[in-house]
Design a protein around this ligand. Structure first.
Ligand code: BG6
Length: 490
């Protein structure tokens, strides 16, 4: 089955940070893909904006180089590339002064009332400056939206301050807070799996589920993001946003519809039901780790502090035993873990069902494993349902644990689009379902803040782990203490 492309209204996307890493690696390639899919309509334009002085021509060359670098050669169709480049414009603006803003206004004010999206792919420290300039230069029309990238704060107070700053200029329905995990196909599939099938939902609770595991493992290290990462660490960088969003999609009640408010209301309830982890239980329920030298992707790699060139206790790994205090989930631990320089790049959610209450098979049948549903988010996206079956053939009743295995790549002959493609178009359609509402972001910080404070108060250090492994041994102990194990990569 081929995918269905619904063209969107014409728009002007103004990308602040137009010469930055995100624009180059993700935004420009994603927008080109939408061009290739035939989704962009006339007179759509993409306007790069940053302090660098550049002509339109130079920015088109920059864009072309970005496409060549980040897309496959066969994706670059000559006519489509030319059509795409014709949409590209550039304005040099300074967030901190009036320089360039009149030029931007002149470019935008074409007299046509088309969707206008401002994408802030810049440091949050200048979100407020840009928002003020947009307002002062009267760039806000009735179909204007603003898109902001994480990090939205480094704790609850700074997140509130940032939300206030943007909120002074834009209404909540105009603000699109990106969490790119929500744009991943397999993450959206979680909702399909849960709410488009009658099979799982009756079992989706503490009566039938023993525990849940969420792993987001990366094999990469710092990737040059030294300044940001060392101040953030894995809890702020991955758990506060991506992992908690995944947890919400697994744990939330069925929303009444896919409407943005309906979905976000349910996610918010989950965030607010998370049992606090504070200095009293932080040592028992969390593990901090930091990678040391080892091997990754086949070659030797340096440790975190060597890469950083300084001593640091920032965590590059975190494992947490989270609990949700509500009727559905009381007593069902959610084991979360994420880290850099782990054994492999792999994200998955494991729903571990309870064992059968009584076995009618004798000892010769072998061990009866509990059922598991494994949702593989990346790579090799797919779903595996682990079941017990009879080993075929004579010789009595021997049981085997096997998986019903569906690989999306094999099942569907379509390209798996990058998360940003979907999200960038949802902004134009003004569909907020896959974006975070202010109260969600703040509720997530409200749970994360006491963990950060707890670590500080008890002086919980980052445990070293060898690059290329599954993190510190304490993370294995975290789950094994409860008589469970991390799901093995199968
Ligand atoms: C980003 C984090 O939000 O997500 C990075 O800041 C991380 O540290 C990245 O590498 C992971 O995203 P993905 O899509 O590669 O899993």
């Amino acid at each position: 089955m081929s995918s269905q492309i619904i063209p969107v209204e014409p728009f002007d996307y103004v990308v602040f940070g137009g010469t930055g890493d995100l624009a180059e690696r993700k935004l420009l390639p994603a927008l080109y893909h939408r061009q290739l899919a035939g989704q962009l309509t006339e007179p759509t334009r993409i306007i790069g904006a940053s302090r660098t002085a550049m002509t339109n021509e130079e920015y088109r060359n920059y864009t072309l180089a970005a496409l060549k670098e980040h897309l496959k050669a066969e994706e670059l169709e000559e006519t489509e590339v030319a059509n795409f480049l014709a949409r590209i414009h550039y304005v040099s603006v300074d967030a901190k002064s009036d320089q360039g803003w009149d030029d931007l206004k002149k470019l935008l004010d074409t007299g046509k009332d088309i969707v206008r999206a401002f994408y802030l792919a810049v440091s949050p420290s200048i979100f407020g400056d840009i928002a003020d300039k947009i307002r002062d230069h009267k760039l806000i029309t009735k179909s204007t939206r603003i898109v902001v990238e994480k990090p939205i704060g480094r704790d609850l107070a700074s997140a509130q301050a940032l939300n206030d700053t943007i909120g002074k200029v834009f209404k909540e329905e105009q603000i699109f807070r990106i969490d790119h995990y929500l744009g991943k196909e397999t993450v959206q599939n979680l909702m399909a799996l849960r709410f488009a099938n009658a099979l799982y939902e009756p079992l989706w609770n503490s009566a039938h589920i023993d525990h849940v595991q969420i792993t987001v493992a990366e094999s990469v290290g710092l990737e040059g993001r030294v300044t940001y990462y060392d101040k953030a660490g894995a809890l702020r960088d991955m758990v506060q946003n991506h992992i908690l969003q995944l947890l919400c999609l697994v744990a939330m009640e069925a929303p009444s519809s896919l409407d943005a408010e309906a979905v976000r209301d349910e996610k918010l309830k989950v965030l607010r039901s998370l049992k606090p982890i504070t200095d009293g239980n932080v040592e028992k329920q969390t593990v901090r780790g930091q990678y040391r030298a080892g091997a990754s992707a086949g070659g030797p790699v340096n440790g975190y502090q060597d890469e950083l060139g300084a001593a640091s206790d920032t965590e590059t790994f975190v494992a947490i035993k989270a609990e949700i205090n509500n009727w559905r989930w009381a007593g069902v631990p959610f084991y979360l873990r994420t880290g850099k320089r782990l054994a492999t790049r792999m994200s998955e959610i494991v729903i571990a069902f309870k064992p059968i209450p009584h076995s009618i098979f004798g000892e010769s049948a072998g061990r009866i494993e509990a059922n598991k549903l494994v949702i593989r988010l990346q790579p090799d996206e797919g779903v595996k349902q682990w079941l017990m079956i009879k080993d075929p053939g004579p010789g009595g009743m021997r049981l085997r644990h096997v998986s019903l295995d569906m690989s999306f790549a094999q099942a569907f002959d379509v390209r798996n689009p990058d998360a940003y493609e979907r999200l960038l178009m949802d902004v134009i359609r003004s569909n907020q379902t896959l974006f975070m509402r202010r109260d969600e972001v703040e509720a997530a910080w409200n749970w994360v803040d006491p963990i950060l404070k707890g670590w500080e108060e008890i002086g919980q250090k980052a445990q070293g782990y060898t690059s290329g492994t599954w993190g510190p041994s304490q993370a294995i102990a975290l789950i094994e203490r409860d008589g469970r194990t991390w799901h093995e990569n199968d």
